[in-house]
Design a protein around this ligand. Structure first.
Ligand SMILES: Cc1ncc(COP(=O)(O)O)c(C=O)c1O
Length: 426
């Protein structure tokens, strides 16, 4: 049977960005049975024993408590499970000297759903027919933003400026404020900090500048903090959450070991929180209460913040060090640039003047048993034809140090061969 799909049905039944490539990767891994691929494409976090133990302990406590039936056998409030709301508010108010109340918080089933609510409540067509844009101020950014809106024409991303250090083969993206437009047509602004895929962390000054541009227009800024402190604390440079009247601070517990339980948290202005909450009630009522109950325990006891800093962060940071040292040793004399590793669980490599496309480069790497993600899928909303989008790849830090070392050595050999076939003009 082939039912006729609506515009929305058609839009939502398509795989966008990296999910489309994942299909090719899964097929490659399946077809290559026996061949040992070094898979550097994964976005799924590593199961770290200490983190798993924390969730086991919280589950045991929950099972033994009288709260259990109330948690799993009953519906709850759409806003979230009260002990989790209290734990997050207490933690943030104490840690950062804030004055947040229960009107400023919403628990969602994962943070992806939060962006879906925002994209369709604040982006798209108003009742007067004007198109409200979802502005991504710095492209590349999280590929999942490509699929959240029912009106793809509302998604607008801006090309960044590049800070390049030729000698050390490092670079960093920065917002290009001479281009960035936030005006009456902007519905909201969205970016990840730390960023998936690049590991970039926008500076406090950059975030404040974006927020200041948006404030006079009453435009909210959603800061996707899926990798930020205090949990999972996957920032390798100093940073703290920036709160403000028009800032919605969005968190996820996925990289803190709970991706399966689907837990996102939004902190922000009461009126925005209410809009998002109503959207959630209509869509799915509320997030899993089991996940919320164990998260409440881990946050209230301080264990989650502690494990994030002492276990999760060093795990990925040391992998980044292995990766960059191997590239420094193994890469040939071509214009390669690694994005500064400021956080998240990925490394981002730019091969300037790459003689083939990122997709072809991905195919060549497969031939030597290495799988990365071609960069093109990480520029949702960018309309410019920019050759840079075809010169990058994302490398996951979820592999073992040995796999990362071997993977980067093989990658360096492929890079050498590709540039030798078609030498770059100096
Ligand atoms: C930057 C970023 N934002 C949001 C998400 C979605 O996370 P979740 O829906 O699991 O909270 C991810 C997942 O990888 C991500 O990398």
């Amino acid at each position: 049977m082939e039912p006729v799909l609506t515009q929305f049905g058609d839009r939502m039944s398509q795989l966008t960005g990296v999910r489309a490539i994942m299909k090719d990767i899964i097929e490659t891994l399946r077809a290559g049975k026996g061949q040992d691929f070094i898979n550097l494409s994964a976005g799924n976090p590593v199961i770290l024993p200490e983190v798993e133990q924390l969730w086991r302990d919280c589950t045991t406590e929950l099972l033994e408590s009288s709260e259990y039936g109330e948690v799993v056998c009953r519906y709850g409030s759409s806003q979230g499970y009260r002990p989790l709301i209290d734990a997050v508010l207490n933690d943030f108010n104490q840690r950062y000297g804030l004055n947040l109340s229960d009107r400023n918080i919403l628990i969602t089933p994962g943070s992806q759903s939060l962006y879906f609510f925002a994209a369709n409540a604040l982006g798209g067509y108003t009742s007067k027919g004007t198109l409200k844009q979802i502005v991504l101020p710095l492209s590349p950014d999280y590929t999942g933003y490509g699929g959240v809106t029912l009106f793809p024409e509302s998604l607008v991303a801006y090309r960044p400026k590049l800070d390049i250090d030729e000698a050390s083969h490092r670079f960093k993206y920065r917002p290009d404020f001479s281009q960035l437009q936030i005006d009456e047509n902007t519905g909201f602004v969205l970016f990840s900090r730390p960023c998936n895929p690049t590991g970039n962390v926008l500076s406090d000054e950059e975030v404040n500048r974006i927020a200041a541009l948006a404030a006079p227009q009453n435009v909210p800024i959603f800061v996707d903090s899926a990798y930020a402190s205090p949990y999972p604390a996957l920032n390798f440079t100093e940073m703290s959450p920036i709160m403000g009247e028009n800032i919605v601070h969005c968190m996820s517990l996925s990289k803190a070991g709970l991706p399966g339980e689907r837990l996102g948290i939004a902190l922000g202005d009461e009126s925005i929180i209410q809009t998002l909450e109503a959207f959630q009630t209509n869509l799915c009522i509320h997030s899993s209460r089991y996940g919320q109950a164990i998260a409440a325990r881990a946050i209230a006891s301080g264990s989650l913040a502690h494990i994030s800093e002492s276990i999760i962060r060093p795990h990925y940071q040391s992998k980044f060090t292995v990766l960059e040292q191997t590239l420094d040793e193994a890469m040939p004399d071509v214009p390669w640039f690694l994005h500064r590793g400021e956080g998240a669980i990925f490394a981002w490599l730019w091969l300037r003047d790459l003689p083939i496309s990122d997709w072809e480069f991905y195919q060549e790497l497969k031939q030597v048993g290495v799988i990365v993600v071609p960069g093109q899928s990480f520029f949702p909303g960018l309309r410019d034809d920019w050759d840079h989008t075809r010169q990058c790849c994302r490398i996951s830090l979820t592999a073992t140090p040995e796999e990362l070392t071997e993977g980067m050595r093989r990658l360096a050999r492929v890079v050498e061969a590709v540039y030798a076939r078609s030498p770059v003009m100096a």
